[in-house]
Design a protein around this ligand. Structure first.
Ligand SMILES: NC(=O)c1ccc[n+]([C@@H]2O[C@H](COP(=O)([O-])OP(=O)(O)OC[C@H]3O[C@@H](n4cnc5c(N)ncnc54)[C@H](O)[C@@H]3O)[C@@H](O)[C@H]2O)c1
Length: 353
């Protein structure tokens, strides 16, 4: 199949491109940078276009018309950006993504659209804690694609512009689907981790996700900062598990993925951010630590000090993956400790000189 992979140079995009090429597909990748896919640039079935899709001269329509399937990974995907540049998040994650979707409509091409588990927002337990019998019940935090209601924070907490942009895009794709004008599949990733995730904070002007922040603290012996005590919980998912599932969605056997939304995540790997910091510190001490670098302390910081104004967060989210299990026969294989070890190994190799 000829596949247009938009955002091919990112964390998921780099792993997915490798998988698609090894599965025999012809891939055209687009991204603003190629540092995570340098080893793929000479592959005979890979063409890379280094461009910002917003640049004049970027001919999206031609690329879409030449392909069989479009995969759209392009987005600002880090909370630091939602807080500091909310308008840019809306413009890229909704307006620019809409252009891609509309091109697929006009050229009649199938679209695999990356959304986010952030669309679910918070648990009901977190917004009406006193009224629930057992707010700790994990059943209250299990989010399923076609049944769960979305609970987002107020406008003043501008972090939610990311979730809203993704949600609105999903709704537009669904509406095109209702009119029979677009064949699409939506993916909601639940906290993927693996080699090549973001960059260490000191290596970039951007704002990486929590794993690279903790990794830098471990490598340099500086404090591991827990926003608001690190009480929020996440289900971490190995990038290799995730890509195996995405690969099945790309193949779309019997067109079972048409018009579907899929959670991709590892429900068994739930941990609080504090628990993540502690586990990473223990693993680092056991496996990777250099004797002359002290182990970092774990400290608490306020969200405002870390992110600035407008922060809010999902308290807990556990994916219901029964759809991926039944329609795709997919099951995540990696447990939390193994996921972290594999990702940490990459960073240690790349950065600890
Ligand atoms: N990684 C996760 O766990 C996760 C969770 C939820 C949602 N997602 C979604 O999955 C998708 C991919 O996420 P990721 O983790 O790989 O993030 P990422 O930031 O590593 O990848 C996004 C890629 O898009 C590229 N890009 C951004 N703007 C561009 C532009 N104007 N022109 C060309 N390229 C541009 C970036 O350079 C980057 O390489 C995103 O849509 C994200 O919202 C990911």
């Amino acid at each position: 199949m000829r596949i247009l992979n938009l955002g091919a140079g990112g964390f998921i995009g780099s792993h997915l491109t490798e998988h698609l090429l090894s599965s025999g597909h012809e891939v055209t990748g687009v991204d603003t940078h190629a540092d995570k896919i340098e080893d793929l640039l000479d592959h005979r079935n890979f063409r890379f276009i280094q461009k910002d899709i917003r640049q004049s001269g970027f001919d999206l329509d031609r690329l879409v018309s030449e392909t069989d399937l479009v995969i759209d990974l392009i987005a600002y995907a880090n909370p630091g950006i939602y807080l500091r540049q909310p308008l840019d998040v809306f413009r890229l994650n909704f307006i620019e993504n809409m252009k891609i979707a509309e091109c697929c409509v006009s050229r009649q091409k199938r679209l695999v659209q990356f959304s986010s588990c952030e669309v679910y927002g918070k648990t009901a337990a977190s917004v009406v804690p006193g009224k629930l019998q057992d707010p700790e019940d994990p059943a209250l935090a299990i989010f399923s694609e076609d049944d769960t209601d979305f609970i987002l924070g107020p406008v003043a907490k501008h972090r939610w512009i990311y979730a809203c942009s993704k949600q609105l895009l999903e709704r537009v794709l669904h509406a095109y689907g209702l009119e029979g004008r677009l064949s699409y599949t939506i993916i909601r990733p639940f906290n993927f981790i693996g080699p090549k995730i973001d960059y260490l904070p000191s290596d970039t002007d951007g704002f990486p996700r929590v794993f690279p922040h903790f990794m830098e603290a471990l490598i340099k012996g500086t404090p591991m900062k827990l926003v608001d005590g690190g009480r929020h919980r996440r289900c971490y998912t190995d990038i290799e598990d995730a890509v195996a599932c995405i690969g099945r969605i790309v193949d779309n056997p019997g067109r079972v993925c048409d018009g579907q939304i899929f959670n991709i995540g590892s429900p068994e790997n739930e941990v609080s951010i504090r628990g993540l910091a502690e586990l990473m510190r223990d693993l680092y001490a056991e496996r990777f630590r250099k004797p002359d670098v002290p182990l970092p302390e774990i400290v608490e910081v306020t969200a405002e000090a870390f992110y600035g104004k407008g922060y809010d967060d999902s308290d807990r989210r556990i994916p219901d993956i029964s759809k991926a299990r039944t329609l795709l026969g997919w099951e995540p294989r990696f447990g939390l400790k193994e996921i972290l070890e594999r990702a940490m190994q990459y960073y240690v190799r790349e950065h600890a000189s």
